[in-house]
Design a binder for this molecule. Structure first.
Ligand SMILES: C[S@@+](CC[C@H](N)C(=O)[O-])C[C@H]1O[C@@H](n2cnc3c(N)ncnc32)[C@H](O)[C@@H]1O
Length: 222
């Protein structure tokens, strides 16, 4: 059986040519204070991280895939931003987030925290809140159950671990609803948050691939 890191290395190897940053990154970057320290959790091959670097921020990319992180470093170097980027291999399911408390202006994670059950995801909200400076903000998106086609597939082809959490090929996949995410956030004691359902238009379009993504966005303010 492949471990998760190797599984993600393979996935990233198959999509290396894609260098387009997301619409979501572009929209949220406008809200970052100028010259921010941004932590991109599950930043993959670094497309969004490169956009943040080009916009004048320093970026830490955390990801389980060393292959993706090395691609991210190559992208940054090719564009002259190697000094503004730090990467670290981290499994969010196993490791503590390697970031000092109260050190980060913007925490960012686009569809990369969908691999855990309810309790662990809730713990990650607290860990992310802790890394924010006072005045800092977290922008996190999660694939949502509003994608009816995908939900039909998950219900048919996988087994249920918890409500809206599925076991697919030995990997957990969560599709928490707005209500579930709100309940989870309530238990953390974090006061200032929003949960917004969004449809993100995909920037990189490949033939036969989806053109939009159904997500729930969490914004946490400290
Ligand atoms: C769907 S991709 C999203 C990548 C990128 N954020 C984007 O918007 O294109 C999910 C990312 O999460 C990373 N990932 C998956 N499981 C992880 C885990 N347990 N710990 C850390 N990163 C993980 C993957 O390597 C991948 O880069």
């Amino acid at each position: 059986m492949l471990d998760d890191a190797k599984r993600w290395d393979l996935i990233h190897q198959q999509s290396e040519d894609d260098t387009t940053h997301s619409h979501y990154a572009e929209e949220k970057e406008k809200l970052f204070p100028r010259g921010s320290l941004v932590v991109d959790l599950g930043g993959g091959g670094g497309q969004d991280a490169l956009y943040f670097l080009k916009s004048g921020h320093s970026v830490v990319v955390l990801d389980i895939s060393e292959h993706a992180l090395s691609r991210c470093r190559e992208l940054a170097k090719a564009n002259g931003f190697d000094k503004q980027l730090v990467t670290q291999q981290v499994d969010f399911g196993l490791h503590q987030l390697p970031i000092k408390p109260e050190s980060v202006d913007a925490a960012y994670s686009r569809i990369s925290l969908n691999y855990f059950g309810k309790n662990h995801t809730t713990k990650l909200f607290t860990d992310i809140f802790n890394m924010l400076k006072p005045g800092g903000t977290a922008y996190l998106t999660f694939k949502s159950p509003a994608d009816v086609e995908e939900m039909e597939y998950l219900k048919k082809a996988t087994s249920v671990y918890e409500p809206n959490v599925f076991i697919d090929n030995d990997q957990l996949r969560s599709r928490f609803s707005v209500e579930q995410l709100t309940e989870m956030l309530k238990t953390t004691g974090i006061n200032n948050y929003q949960v917004n359902p969004l449809e993100e238009e995909l920037a990189a379009r490949k033939e036969g691939h989806k053109t939009k993504l159904f997500v729930n966005e969490i914004i946490i303010q400290k």
